[in-house]
Design a protein around this ligand. Sequence first.
Ligand code: IMP
Ligand code: MG
Length: 180
Amino acid sequence: MTELNLDLLFSRERIAAEISRLAAEIDRDFAGREVLLVGVLKGSLLFTADLLRALSIPAAVDFVRLASYGSDTQSSGIVEFRYNLESPIRGRDVIIVEDIVDSGYTLEALYNKLLLQQPRTLKICTLIDKRARREVAIEADYVGISMEDGFIVGYGLDYDEKYRQLADIYLVRPEETPFP
Ligand code: IMP
Ligand code: MG
């Protein structure tokens, strides 16, 4: 594939500041308890690690891997679970950690599946909330940064498995935006 033209959108300093704020909110809301962060691979790899480090309350971590069928950039609404939780979440305080909520299909599927296992509480924390593209009624409880639209890469977010390693988040130039 050709290299995309990228414009800096959210700096590493902005990301770090939002994560500190989110961690403080979670520390406050779950004071005296232990949370289980459920990171959604692969996009939330870096975010989950940084959020985990920023928390003061005791926190365990686990991961799920989801794949949603459709075109490269458009969710079909059909979500496959490729890798599942290691241990039961019944009675635990669980926080789903997502990189970005777009149509919301992925998150809705995961949320409903985890809810069936009867956690004590089930919350959603997303680094990016892309509001203009929401197709299902699902809201994150903790939101790092809200944006309207546009395809972004970096800090875990990829385009065709590239750019996850960038420390900042970049907007793909609109004329090259891979969304239809
Ligand atoms: P949803 O089911 O449409 O909400 O899909 C969310 C998933 O699509 C995210 O977890 C990302 O993996 C991917 N995604 C959505 N928007 C972007 C983007 O702007 N850049 C990179 N990946 C994205
Ligand atoms: Mg993701």
